[in-house]
Design a protein around this ligand. Structure first.
Ligand code: SAM
Length: 235
């Protein structure tokens, strides 16, 4: 059986015996029906993982003993994905896939054509749900680096880094400077407005084509990251 891999953000430099979180305890007891002496893997999302052995598993808690700790190189793509908020199920799907690919950070965007922009209360409710998607995707894909999830921002308020690429059907194949990090912008279902594109291009943002067909935003996120990843020598 594959060793279960669980996220433990407080792993830090822990040694000896640790009490697992309620989430991990629940998963091990209810889903995996784990037993004492089972070996598990824990990772902290910041490049550290360890093998651990279950010492005690009761109705109330699971205690594991940490064995060998490994530090992993950060192999995430040096790209922040600026993804416009789209239908919730599609946004969730994109979060999962781009975490599997190994993006550095995710910036949810509110653009001129974003349907019903969320208010602060809705965002707070979404936050835990989005974070859980990232954690699950890291657990499944053996990615030891959790992407940084940024708070949603209006596109026009975003502080642009040095290198920005906007995925736009009228763009060309964009060649990036691979010594710098990039921000990749993907628009909502209605696309970016002409005003948004013009103002970004004035700020030396590169419009990049993702091929001759119009992709859904979540597909565009994957294709865009893959193309940039190829230039960064990620594959
Ligand atoms: N009618 C919209 C337009 O022309 O922009 C289509 C929007 S598309 C469903 C959503 C987003 O995916 C776009 O804003 C763009 O960022 C990206 N996208 C989709 N297809 C693309 C392509 N062929 N080249 C570049 N970007 C694309």
């Amino acid at each position: 059986m594959k060793t279960p891999r669980l996220y433990a953000d407080a792993l830090g430099h822990a040694t000896g015996e640790v009490v697992l979180t309620e989430r991990n305890h629940h998963y091990l007891t209810r889903v995996l029906r784990a037993k004492t002496a089972q070996v598990i893997e824990l990772f902290d999302g910041s490049g550290r993982s360890c093998q651990a052995i279950i010492k005690n598993i009761s109705k109330r808690e699971t205690i594991a003993e940490i064995l060998n700790v490994t530090e992993h190189e950060d192999r995430r793509l040096p790209v922040t994905l600026g993804l416009a908020l789209i239908k919730p199920d599609r946004f969730d799907w994109a979060l999962q896939k781009v975490t599997e690919i190994g993006v550095n950070a995710i910036q949810p965007l509110i653009t001129q054509f974003t349907d019903s922009p969320p208010n602060a209360v809705r965002i707070r409710k979404k936050w835990g749900h989005w974070q859980e998607i990232l954690v699950n995707a890291c657990e499944q894909s053996e990615n030891n680096w959790l992407p940084e999830l940024r708070g949603p921002s209006y596109l026009h308020e975003l502080v642009l880094p040095q290198q920005v690429v906007i995925a736009h059907p009228a763009g060309e194949s964009a060649c990036i400077d691979t010594t710098k990090e990039s921000l990749l912008l993907i628009g909502p279902e209605g696309g970016f407005s002409d005003d948004e594109v013009n103002s970004l291009v004035k700020n030396e943002v590169k419009p990049m084509s993702l091929g001759p067909t119009i992709l859904r935003a979540e597909t565009a996120a994957i294709v865009g990251l893959t193309l940039l990843g190829y230039q960064y020598g990620h594959y």
